[in-house]
Design a protein around this ligand. Structure first.
Ligand SMILES: Cc1cc2nc3c(=O)[nH]c(=O)nc-3n(C[C@H](O)[C@H](O)[C@H](O)COP(=O)(O)OP(=O)(O)OC[C@H]3O[C@@H](n4cnc5c(N)ncnc54)[C@H](O)[C@@H]3O)c2cc1C
Ligand code: SF4
Ligand code: SF4
Ligand code: SF4
Length: 407
């Protein structure tokens, strides 16, 4: 088995797997949970196609934004349940009405984020809201091509590294004019394994099933970043970023995949037609007196993007100075830097293989420090129960409390 692109550069976009005529590209999961694409040298016929399409090995066509808008949907129902301005859902809705297909990312039953292509308006709800974890493109590129062959156009919204792969594939197979590419500003994504283990450990701790998950639960205001889990309609877990070891690791950039710390797309030049993000720094360059809550930023990168945007009827948008979001939003300038804890965590995970144990050991004290700022006695007790006590002792305490209540 040999790597297709050098270690730390593979984004696991899976485009090589989609194009390989011998289907001899396998996923190689490393002990630290990172996974890269490798070819099986015994079967490979050295046609070179995987290397020709790989966005990490080739120059990706990028453009400096031509225009910038502060924007949000005028549909209050969509706005309420989106991460910021509900831009993605509004784009989906209007393109479906025109007879296009749409691509987005939803949870599967194992809480892996997966890409899906659909023409069903009911699917938009599952795409809404940010999933802060690696999303699996699987065979999405082939599926998009099949739809395009039927004469349809496609709106593809995804992470920049996956949009770059879609762009590379569509350009090579000459259907780039049939697909509108929208990338998200992206700080990074951890391996799916970390998140799955985290959910499993909460399930075990609470002795509940988990059927729903939000990183920015709209019920509590998406700007508050409450991480919540649901069992059916019942809210069973609600934590602030500093109180949950996955969210803390994520937002402090401690658990990303190796490629994210070297991200080739964390820059001003974009590989998409449009880029969407939260609007950080709104009003810092010129006066802005409009709505400030739940406002998205749209970077217009190509003429195709501009035409598409003009045709949307239900977006409220205000043109802003191009430099305004570009100066403030970190991932429009550089990737997140690797802190010393990142390698310590990965080393630990390679030996132990358990997210909770390793996170507690490597960065629990950092999260505690962050929590100290607004701590009260119930938070202290809950943290003690949750993060310090071994599971067996927690179990005994729970039993005693239960028995006392029953008695
Ligand atoms: C991993 C990740 C990192 C982000 N980092 C930043 C950042 O650093 N700065 C910033 O301003 N904004 C960031 N965003 C974007 C932001 O959270 C909003 O998605 C964006 O502002 C659009 O707003 P909305 O209201 O339309 O979003 P939403 O309702 O959240 O729209 C969701 C859209 O994002 C797609 N999506 C959600 N999760 C994933 C995923 N894991 N992989 C692929 N597609 C996904 C959905 O399919 C849908 O198209 C990030 C998003 C993600 C998923
Ligand atoms: S060189 Fe060709 S056959 Fe070999 S792994 Fe790449 S695409 Fe597959
Ligand atoms: S095409 Fe994508 S998955 Fe394949 S080697 Fe390149 S970056 Fe990795
Ligand atoms: S940070 Fe870069 S490499 Fe990592 S998921 Fe985001 S776009 Fe892909």
């Amino acid at each position: 088995m040999s790597e297709i692109c050098e270690s730390g550069r593979c984004t696991l976009c899976k485009l090589c797997i989609n194009v390989c005529p011998k289907q001899c590209i396998r996923l190689d999961e490393r002990p630290d949970g990172d996974t890269v694409a490798c070819k099986d040298d015994d079967i490979c016929i050295e046609c070179g196609l995987c290397e020709k399409v790989c966005p990490s090995l080739n120059v990706v066509d990028c453009n400096y934004p031509k225009k910038v808008y502060a924007a949000w949907t005028s549909d209050s129902e969509i706005h309420k349940v989106s991460a910021s301005g509900g831009i993605a859902a509004q784009m989906y809705k209007e393109t479906l009405e025109k007879g296009w297909y749409i691509v987005g990312c939803e949870w599967n039953e194992d809480f892996e984020a997966v890409y899906k292509i659909t023409s069903d308006i009911e699917d938009i709800a599952a795409f809404q809201s940010s999933k802060y974890v690696y999303s699996n493109p699987s065979d999405i590129y082939l599926k998009v091509r099949d739809i395009v062959k039927e004469g349809k156009s496609v709106l593809f919204i995804g992470l920049p590294c996956h949009v770059a792969a879609m762009s590379s594939y569509a350009t090579r197979f000459k259907f780039r004019d049939k697909i509108l590419l929208v990338d998200l500003a992206c700080h990074g994504t951890p391996p799916a394994k970390y998140f799955k283990q985290h959910i499993d450990s909460v399930k075990k701790q609470l002795e509940r099933n988990v059927t729903g998950c939000f990183f920015r639960d709209p019920k509590f205001g998406t700007d508050k970043y409450f991480f919540t889990l649901y069992d059916g309609d019942n809210l069973i877990y609600k934590r602030r970023v500093n109180e949950d070891l996955y969210c803390f690791g994520y937002h402090k950039a401690l658990i990303y995949r190796e490629c994210c710390y070297e991200c080739r797309y964390a820059k001003r030049e974009r590989c998409s037609d449009l880029t969407i993000s939260d609007y950080h720094g709104l009003g810092t360059l010129t006066l802005y007196t409009g709505n400030r809550k739940y406002v998205s930023c749209i970077l217009v990168n190509t003429e195709m993007g501009e035409t598409f945007l003009k045709a949307l009827n239900n977006l409220i948008k205000y043109e802003r100075p191009i430099e305004e979001p570009l100066r403030i939003e970190r991932v429009f300038n550089q990737p997140y830097q690797k802190k010393p804890e990142v390698d310590l965590f990965k080393k630990e995970f390679s030996m132990i293989g358990d997210y909770g144990i390793c996170a507690r050991k490597i960065f629990y004290s950092l999260s505690l420090k962050a929590r100290n700022e607004n701590r009260n006695i119930s938070v202290i007790l809950r943290n003690f129960m949750e993060f310090i006590l071994p599971n067996r002792i927690k179990f005994v305490i729970k039993k005693i409390v239960k028995n006392n209540i029953i008695n």
